[in-house]
Design a protein around this ligand. Structure first.
Ligand SMILES: [Zn+2]
Length: 431
């Protein structure tokens, strides 16, 4: 049974009043001036910090001798390690345990984390996603097709409430752990059947799907107005493929499970920071621009100056799209994707990606550093690799990282993805 868009939208509004109230508020914020938004952000920050100090034992302790003088950069940084060792201390001690849920993130990539959340955080996260989707012309109640990997999002519950939610939902999720050509074909049929307005997924998966669509010249429904990608680094070649295949703009979203909706790309191709939801800082550590994020809305488990593990910079320039939200620039990097040379230098993934420039027929690849002096390149390619490629890359690696580097290429049929379905082009496995 399928409902019309207006009916579905009305039923959703009834079923998720909090989500739609938040959406209304978020959309209103888009109409504010940059100066008003900044004042509002300062107020939100003050409220949050005062709340955290008086309700979370961790912050009560950590901030006990600090005077809040509206300068976020004077407060201590929250590390991922703190999240692991101080998880329960971070929690609002007045929260009703019955309302607290556990979320997990980063199982196979980086540091596995458990965090707490409640229904409000979930509804606000969805409202934030809706606001981003609306940039491409999508309206609540219109169909969204997601290619997702995390098992926690995929287990269908059979309760009456869950069945009702599925009926009024316009969202479908296809499990994207592993795929082959047959699965890609199946996904294309699903796109044709579901006629989504928004398609969302990891860039590596959307790029694979886009390659297949272009190669097989598969006709897609004209309903698609925007693609959204998140959770992985997006490379320019992936964007080109995805936009060509789906014939629409690709919007890059940035956020994590523990702190969602940090920024999203606008129709003019710039990345705007949602300063009504977060306070974002970029600090220089070892010549890298580390991002620190403060969630302005999470009181249950406050994240204040959280070192999220991504790199980027805040930009002080306007965007002609008219959004009052300031701009940022992501750097093509996640901390655990930096490889290390024996002399202590850390090398950005983008450097490795160019080693394969001009090599034909490459479908998938991964540079892996299992030990300090060893790098392995695993490649899935439609044709044999050019003779001398191993030697050529090894020379470049030694020049960049030192003469002791050893390098091997393995051509394989498939590269297994992490449990979440994410693919990483460059991975450092040294402890
Ligand atoms: Zn813009």
């Amino acid at each position: 049974m399928s409902l019309s868009r207006p009916l579905r939208s009305s039923l959703q509004r009834l079923h998720y009043p909090l989500r739609f109230a938040e959406l209304k508020r978020l959309l209103k914020n888009q109409q504010l001036t940059p100066a008003t938004l900044q004042q509002q952000q300062q107020r939100d920050l003050t409220t949050l910090i005062q709340y955290a100090v008086s309700h979370s034992p961790y912050y009560g302790n950590r901030f006990s001798n600090l005077e809040w003088d509206h300068q976020l950069n004077r407060l201590p940084i929250l590390q991922k390690q703190d999240l692991i060792t101080q998880r329960d201390q971070l929690l609002d001690h007045t929260a009703d345990p019955a309302t607290i849920k556990e979320g997990h993130t980063g199982g196979s990539t980086g540091t596995p984390l458990t965090y707490y959340y409640d229904q409000h955080k979930l509804e606000l996260m969805r409202a934030g996603q809706y606001r981003s989707f609306m940039q491409c012309g999508w309206k609540p109640g219109e169909s969204v097709l997601q290619f997702w990997g995390a098992t926690q999002d995929l287990s269908p519950k059979q309760t009456l409430s869950a069945q009702w939610q599925r009926l009024i939902s316009a969202e479908q999720t296809l499990a994207a752990f592993e795929f082959n050509e047959a699965r890609l074909q199946q996904w294309c049929r699903e796109i044709q059947r579901l006629r989504p307005v928004v398609i969302r997924g990891y860039p590596s998966i959307l790029a694979e799907l886009a390659r297949y669509i272009l190669e097989q010249q598969i006709p897609l429904p004209h309903t698609i107005r925007g693609c959204f990608c998140t959770a992985e680094v997006l490379y320019p070649w992936q964007r080109k493929k995805i936009e060509a295949a789906f014939q629409c703009k690709l919007y890059n979203q940035y956020g994590s499970r523990e702190v969602p909706n940090i920024s999203c790309e606008c129709s003019h191709g710039n990345q705007h920071v949602f300063t009504d939801l977060v306070a974002l800082e970029s600090i220089e550590v070892d010549r890298e621009h580390q991002l620190l994020v403060t969630s302005l809305t999470n009181r249950l488990m406050p994240f204040i100056r959280y070192q999220i593990g991504d790199h980027g910079q805040l930009l002080d320039e306007p965007c002609s799209c008219g959004s009052p939200f300031p701009l940022m620039e992501m750097e093509v990097c996640r901390s655990n994707d930096l490889l290390q040379s024996p002399n202590g230098q850390r090398i950005y993934p983008a450097w490795f990606i160019h080693l394969l420039d001009g090599v034909e027929g490459v479908e998938q690849y991964q540079f892996l550093q299992p030990q300090l002096e060893q790098i392995t390149l695993t490649i899935v390619a439609q044709q044999p690799l050019p003779e001398g490629l191993q030697h050529q890359i090894e020379q470049q690696l030694r020049q960049k990282m030192g003469k002791s580097m050893r390098f091997t290429i393995k051509q394989v049929a498939a590269i297994p993805r992490g449990a979440s379905g994410k693919h990483r082009f460059v991975r450092c496995d040294i402890n």
